[in-house]
Design a protein around this ligand. Structure first.
Ligand SMILES: [Zn+2]
Ligand SMILES: [Zn+2]
Ligand SMILES: [Zn+2]
Length: 280
């Protein structure tokens, strides 16, 4: 039995039977939905799948066949799309070890230019061979690159990074994994006035973990896309790297909270690894 949940716990699910075809997806829609350079999904059999808190799930269709779900309170991506009787499960939301491991990278044709794949898994331009689902064009990128812009999945929230980042990091802590429903978060951290929300500020929802000092997730109410979080208390802004439309001009410098890393994810790059956090 597998168990997964969103960050706040309003949505929870269990699956029976083995998860199949775990892949890392680099498509533009997964990147925006999760705020990460890639998302990891596997299929769970529809039979034996139970979702608690379905009334808390907001749905956003990114294609006629694929409706993405996220918790309306905390923004975590949750399973919602049934394809051929199977559910596409965001593996980052698991609290159990699924036993199985990723078998391939998909939608590598849409990969972020700055993100380098360093493992030896097979790479496919779009879906895995044999999967004949329709392939959508990448989300449109604003035509004239002017700076380091980003947006949510639906495009209602837009921002620009104008200042100089302090650092960028991959965080493997359990909160980040549940918040992003992904292997790890990947954020650029900058002085708080370095990122300006240029559109849709009133569309941004936020969820703070009650017993956390700082940990807050910010996301678009309509699509669940992860967007920058201004933290006035610390004087910083934390921006998910998957949300950028233009090259952000920076890339992760280290892995932090590696002691909490997901059992199904292997770090294969040569960035420094820290067991816990590292002060800014
Ligand atoms: Zn939630
Ligand atoms: Zn995808
Ligand atoms: Zn949106």
């Amino acid at each position: 039995m597998q168990h997964g949940r969103c960050l706040c716990g309003d949505v929870e699910w269990t699956a029976e039977g083995p998860l199949e075809r775990m892949t890392h997806c680099h498509c533009s829609r997964c990147r925006k939905a999760h705020g990460t350079p890639f998302a990891t999904y596997a299929f769970a059999p529809g039979a034996g799948f139970r979702l608690r808190g379905a009334e808390n799930v907001t749905r956003y269709a990114t294609s006629p066949a694929f409706v993405r779900g996220f918790c309306g309170r905390c923004g975590s991506v949750v399973p919602s799309a049934a394809l051929d009787g199977r559910l596409a499960v965001p593996i980052g939301s698991l609290t159990t070890d699924p036993g199985v491991r990723p078998v391939a990278h998909v939608f590598v044709a849409s990969k972020l230019p700055w993100y380098e794949i360093t493992d030896g898994l097979p790479q496919h331009a779009t879906f895995e061979p044999g999967d004949d689902a329709p392939v959508l064009d990448d989300l449109p990128v604003p035509p004239v690159p002017r700076g380091r812009r980003g947006s949510c999945l639906c495009g209602e929230v837009r921002f620009v990074l104008e200042g100089t980042p302090v650092t960028a990091r991959n965080c493997h802590c359990s909160r980040c994994r549940l918040a992003r429903s992904a292997a790890h978060a990947a954020n650029v951290i900058a002085p708080q006035d370095a990122v300006r929300i240029t559109q849709g500020a009133d569309q941004v929802a936020s969820y703070k973990i009650p017993d956390a000092r700082f940990f807050t997730q910010t996301f678009c109410r309509t699509c669940g896309g992860k967007v920058p979080r201004h933290d006035a208390g610390r004087g910083i802004v934390v921006t998910p790297l998957g949300a950028f439309d233009d090259a952000p001009g920076t890339r992760p410098e280290m892995h932090i909270f590696v002691a909490s890393k997901a059992p199904w994810f292997a770090i294969t790059d040569d960035l420094p690894q820290h067991a816990a956090g590292v002060p800014l």
